[in-house]
Design a protein around this ligand. Structure first.
Ligand SMILES: CC(C)(COP(=O)(O)OP(=O)(O)OC[C@H]1O[C@@H](n2cnc3c(N)ncnc32)[C@H](O)[C@@H]1OP(=O)(O)O)[C@@H](O)C(=O)NCCC(=O)NCCS
Length: 195
């Protein structure tokens, strides 16, 4: 298992949080895929954060593990999954940006400094890989996350607007949907009637 060197023992936030001493941070492995996915399902719910809910699925976890395993970390307490962070690097011109794509802490272990430890670890790794700028985004209503990242020093927040369209209710696209449905209906092989 790839336990990471702990550079955080002299970190103020850790000193303030004695409960976080038993947390271990390590690289994600293949057995973590399903538990991480299910923890995300518990956290990114449609009522709280509809966009996070829509974009969270098992392929998100599998894909990031496949392409960015060095930036996929988990926190464990007594061999239990306490949280995870999934990140990637974006290269634009001469800049390397570290992007925190997903961060989730089990409700049983929140407010114990675990996200703090995970973010510090991923940033340490990214600095080693020449990242000098970090990015993160979340739902504007996600006060815990916004407070958390603000406390970590992130700022310059900009809102991004997501629009949606129910195609079935649209005048033109709705007709296309009906047309495709009728076409599929017409092409369906008919069962022979028994006489
Ligand atoms: C946001 C989240 C990752 C924070 O994890 P955490 O381990 O509880 O955070 P930490 O203990 O390291 O940091 C705590 C700080 O975060 C902020 N915070 C965390 N939960 C909060 C809450 N419910 N309300 C307000 N602020 C909160 C506060 O600044 C808090 O500092 P304080 O305890 O001194 O007030 C966690 O709440 C979570 O998993 N949320 C659901 C998933 C999510 O929104 N992920 C981020 C977007 S992908």
């Amino acid at each position: 298992m790839n336990d990471l060197p702990d550079k955080s023992t002299d970190n103020d936030s850790d000193r303030d949080r004695p409960e976080s001493n038993s947390v271990s941070i390590r690289e994600m492995n293949i057995d973590d895929i399903a538990p991480i996915f299910h923890l995300g399902e518990q956290l990114f719910t449609s009522d709280l954060y509809p966009y996070l809910y829509r974009t969270w699925d098992e392929w998100e976890v599998i894909g990031m593990y496949n392409t960015d395993s060095e930036y996929c970390l988990v926190a464990e307490i007594d061999d239990q999954l306490a949280g995870f962070i999934l990140g990637t690097i974006i290269i634009k011109a001469s800049w390397k940006y570290g992007y925190i794509t997903w961060l989730g802490i089990s409700p049983n272990f929140q407010r114990r400094g675990i996200a703090d430890r995970l973010v510090d670890k991923i940033v340490e790794r990214m600095i080693e890989d020449n990242v000098r700028f970090m990015l993160v985004d979340t739902d504007p209503a996600n006060t815990p996350a916004i407070n958390f990242f603000t406390r970590k020093g992130f700022g310059n927040a900009r809102e991004h607007v997501f629009l949606s369209l129910n195609l079935a209710k649209h005048e033109y696209y709705g007709r296309l949907i009906n047309y495709e449905r009728d076409k599929a209906e017409r092409n369906r092989p008919r069962l022979r009637r028994r006489t």
